[in-house]
Design a protein around this ligand. Structure first.
Ligand SMILES: NC(=O)c1ccc[n+]([C@@H]2O[C@H](COP(=O)([O-])OP(=O)(O)OC[C@H]3O[C@@H](n4cnc5c(N)ncnc54)[C@H](OP(=O)(O)O)[C@@H]3O)[C@@H](O)[C@H]2O)c1
Length: 341
């Protein structure tokens, strides 16, 4: 279909909770004319992704808020309609950051040529695009599943989750998907061939999840947050890895509570600040690293370049009082009791 006008969808209002249709506005505009060095793109497929919800807000986040009245951003598969650019010809198919519009101008920045003979072009928006690579990064670079590990992912029928499970299986792990309906779960298990799938909307979801993870969870790729995280948490094994990829259950602001529950803010900070939280107990490293530690720090003490302070209390009988003081912060330096045996 050839349109005589271009159309675009802009952010009309900032959503309060779940976005409403009135938060968007459809506008007709003239089809733009490409200048020298520019392309006119006709959008064929527009990607809709959870992150867009975050751009609609103006609360603090690492995403720059979209100004009101601006075209909603997004990637699309588009056809080059007119080219004044040496690298592209009319008819070429490209992946382009067009936003929610029928036509867009481009100077070639951020474009990727697509070849429909290699894969259906829509895959550039999903399994072979940003969501697919997200799954790859989460599993291969952070989750690093080992053979026979249990890898769990929510939103398992979506583009990120569906590839997470399959990449986990390629590493020899068991893949368990969490999805929001019986139909989605059947797809995850029967078509995607995950080892198990659990419906988070069914009664007793935490018990079902525990039942399909009899050896606990070694990798949980966090896509959702909220109640799903609460069910996953007790099942995590020692040393489990949790790539925090998305928190869609929080994107509408639900779960922010009255501000006294810090968990949503904590999870959001982990994601947006790319925090690495990794618990450890020193002895897991002792065998491998204690000798090197003694060499380096011992040398530092000997030369005076490493400094330290001790708080020495005299007499074993002083130990209880000193210990209570330690818990109240009354010690100043490494608390030691000098015992005259
Ligand atoms: N970190 C990154 O670079 C990056 C990049 C891409 C995507 N992401 C994140 O990855 C996650 C998945 O993205 P996607 O593109 O693959 O999305 P998607 O699966 O196509 O769509 C989102 C799905 O999330 C689930 N969901 C929504 N609200 C939920 C809630 N309150 N509780 C439980 N589940 C809920 C729904 O599936 P069910 O019905 O099955 O629950 C929904 O279909 C999102 O959080 C996204 O923001 C992160």
């Amino acid at each position: 279909m050839t349109l005589s006008m271009a159309r675009q969808i802009v952010l009309a209002a900032r959503p309060q909770g779940t976005p409403q249709l009135t938060d968007f506005r459809l506008e007709d505009t003239a089809i733009p004319t490409p200048a020298a060095g520019q392309l006119l793109l006709g959008v064929q497929y527009l990607s809709l992704d959870p992150y867009m919800r975050l751009l609609m807000d103006d609360r603090p986040s690492d995403a720059t808020p979209l100004p009101l009245g601006e075209v909603m951003p997004g990637e699309a598969v588009a056809q080059v309609l007119t080219s004044h650019h040496p690298a592209y010809a009319a008819g070429d198919l490209v992946l382009a950051p067009t936003g929610w519009r029928t036509h867009a101008l481009s100077d070639g920045t951020g474009l990727r040529q697509l070849d429909p003979a290699v894969a259906p072009v829509t895959t550039a928006l999903g399994v072979l695009g940003m969501p697919g690579f997200t799954a790859y990064a989460g599993v291969r670079l952070i989750g690093t599943p080992r053979p026979r590990d249990t890898v769990v992912v929510a939103a398992a029928s979506g583009p990120v989750g569906s590839l997470v499970g399959q990449l986990a299986q390629r590493a020899g792990a068991r893949a368990v998907g969490i999805a929001g309906s019986a139909e989605k779960c059947a797809f995850v298990q029967d078509d995607l061939r995950f080892d198990a799938a659990v419906n988070h909307r069914a009664a007793d979801f935490p018990a079902h999840l525990a039942a399909v993870c009899p050896n606990g969870i070694d990798v949980y790729v966090e896509n959702v947050g909220g109640a799903i995280w609460q069910a996953v948490l007790p099942l995590l094994n020692q040393g489990a890895r949790v790539p925090v990829c998305g928190l869609i259950a929080q994107y509408n602001g639900v779960g922010q509570g009255d501000g006294t529950d810090g968990l949503p803010a904590t999870m959001r900070a982990i994601l947006s600040k790319r925090l690495t939280l990794r618990g450890f107990i020193y002895h897991e490293f002792a065998e491998a690293h204690y000798p090197a530690f003694l060499r380096e720090v011992g040398a530092g003490i000997a030369t005076g370049r490493i400094r330290y302070r001790e708080d020495i209390v005299d007499g074993l009988e002083q130990a209880p009082e000193a210990f209570i003081g330690l818990l109240e912060g009354r010690n100043f330096g490494k608390l030691i009791v000098r015992v005259d045996a």
